[in-house]
Write a protein that binds this ligand. Structure first.
Ligand SMILES: *[C@@H]1O[C@H](CO)[C@@H](O)[C@H](O)[C@H]1NC(C)=O
Ligand SMILES: *[C@@H]1O[C@H](CO)[C@@H](O)[C@H](O)[C@H]1NC(C)=O
Length: 498
């Protein structure tokens, strides 16, 4: 690397790090290592940032599976090159009573929890990202702070992590939670905490990135508008500038079947899921799921990335869904949407959408719902069964538009209303938790060269799909929905073994 280039990029980096410090951050003078070396992973500079917990005492009330952020410690950084950080928290843990308390502290970056070498969503079921673990208490003592006491205790509690962050904006926090649920829920305090962040390395050739999980998609990173405004201000952008805050996570490359999708749930979404799940469970329980016909559409496309072509599908719930469609529109179409549905009395016909076309309300009504009502329903349901029939689809925009709802109202069919279906719930939709994955699995065993062949194979697999399998998938439906209710609306595993 040319020394001049290096010095120049270093200057830019410094400029950013200086600017991003709010006035409550004490910025110590960066210690610059004068001797610069030109070999890889050399330490080129150090800079040091400290922040104090504010207010000084923070009480964590009782049990929670998710981490809350300790107030006052948030620090933001932006840089244009990868930076290796040493991040350290030191505070005092304080329990005033003789009850059992458990406390966990952990580094959070961009709202994700950092576990030694990976980022994991701050969700109640995050232990699923660790092979063999069945609960969070088994993973949360690794790499963060774990404090347990049965008597009044004051003790120093601290931990440090080394983490390499890609270019972009980063929000650093310390998360805290207390457990276990089954032993009661007693308060514990963290007081006088200090967060110190040390940038210890900068090197354009550095290849020390911590692998991020595939679930790290931009929509999974929840940042409030206020945080975005603060970051913009900190780096000298106008609050209302349209310039987008760019996060550094890379787009996942794995196909959906190998990616565990997790949709970050806001607490209000989780609460909606909890409430609506109970209601839906009552509709599904005692074999009443047999009255349902559940339908969905999915994108199937040919993906030539791995030498031999693979069939992929992408769900509406996928954050990359719109991007896929944009790509389809602007380049040669490589895929199409497929609509289908299943019930205890059999499956609907397949409805293929023209390659590259996304379903809108008109299309949905005219090309999907009308043929569904005039052909599939009479074929699958006798008149007597038809009166009890409940039509299910998720809350995709074309499903819940005024036009579509008016059409469904006029058609006199019973249907799951938008306000009854749970937000972000592929784990509660049979097509999502089983059927799409099954079809894709079958297709990927075969060589498929073109969209026409893909259609033929889909038709073949659909026809071949056993009703006994569909019955098993549907029989799991009430159970899953009940589990969601029991899990307070948080996600249950997407692909339960059937
Ligand atoms: C920090 O900002 C506040 C409000 O903007 C100001 O009143 C205070 O003097 C500043 N403190 C320092 C140390 O600059
Ligand atoms: C559809 O029917 C429901 C009641 O079943 C009603 O609340 C809703 O306003 C109707 N919507 C439209 C667009 O007709």
């Amino acid at each position: 690397m040319q020394p001049t280039v290096q010095i120049c990029s270093l200057a830019i980096l410094f400029a950013f790090i200086f600017q991003v410090n709010g006035n409550s951050t004490i910025l110590l003078k960066p210690i610059q290592i004068t001797e610069r070396r030109n070999y890889k992973n050399s330490i080129n500079f150090q800079s040091y940032h400290i922040k104090q917990q504010q207010p000084r005492g923070y009480m964590i009330h009782g049990h929670s599976e998710e981490f809350v952020k300790l107030p006052g410690l948030t620090m933001t950084f932006q840089h244009i090159m990868p930076v290796l950080y040493k991040i350290r928290f030191e505070g005092t843990c304080f329990s005033t009573h003789s009850s059992q308390i458990w406390l966990y502290l952990r580094l959070m970056i961009n709202d994700y929890l950092f576990y030694v070498d990976k980022f994991v969503p701050n969700a109640a079921d995050r232990y699923r990202y660790f092979r063999g673990d069945t609960g969070n208490d088994g993973i949360d003592y690794v790499g963060g702070l774990y404090f347990y006491s049965t008597s009044p205790t004051v003790t120093t509690c601290g931990f440090s992590n080394i983490v390499s962050l890609n270019p972009g904006f980063h929000i650093i926090d310390i998360g805290a939670r207390s457990g276990y649920l089954m032993y009661g829920a007693f308060p514990v305090q963290v007081i006088g905490g200090i967060l110190s962040v040390e940038a210890i390395q900068f090197d354009t050739d550095a290849n020390i990135g911590i692998p991020t999980l595939n679930i790290l998609k931009k929509d999974g990173i929840c940042v409030s508008q206020q945080t975005v405004s603060n970051i913009k201000r900190n780096i000298g952008l106008q609050r209302n500038s349209v310039e987008k805050i760019r996060f550094s996570w890379q787009r996942p490359v794995a196909t959906p079947s190998t990616v565990l999708k997790v949709h970050k749930l806001t607490s209000s979404n989780a609460e909606k899921r909890r409430r609506r799940a109970l209601r839906l469970y009552r509709q599904l329980a005692n074999n009443r799921y047999k009255n349902f016909i559940t339908t969905d559409e999915s994108w199937f496309y040919l993906d030539g990335t791995e030498g031999k072509r693979k069939v992929c599908y992408i769900k509406k719930s996928d954050p990359d869904y719109d991007r896929m469609i944009l790509q389809q529109d602007s380049s040669r179409p490589q895929g199409f949407m497929l609509w289908v549905g299943i019930s205890s009395y059999g499956k609907t016909s397949l409805r293929f959408v023209k390659p590259g076309v996304k379903i809108n309300s008109d299309y949905y009504i005219n090309n999907i719902l009308k043929p569904f009502l005039s052909r599939d329903v009479p074929r699958l349901f006798s008149n007597k069964k038809k009166n009890k029939l409940i039509f299910h689809h998720d809350s995709a925009p074309s499903h819940i538009s005024k036009k579509t709802i008016a059409f469904l109202n006029a058609s006199k069919i019973n249907y799951v209303k938008p306000e009854e279906w749970m937000p972000k719930s592929p784990d509660a939709a049979p097509m999502d938790y089983s059927i799409w994955g099954y079809l894709k699995q079958q297709l990927n065993k075969q060589k498929i060269e073109s969209l026409n062949v893909l259609k033929k194979k889909l038709l073949h697999e659909w026809t071949k799909m056993d009703q006994a399998y569909i019955d098993r998938v549907l029989a799991h439906w009430p159970k899953r929905v009940f589990l969601i209710h029991k899990a307070h609306g948080f996600h249950v595993e997407h692909r339960l073994k059937l």
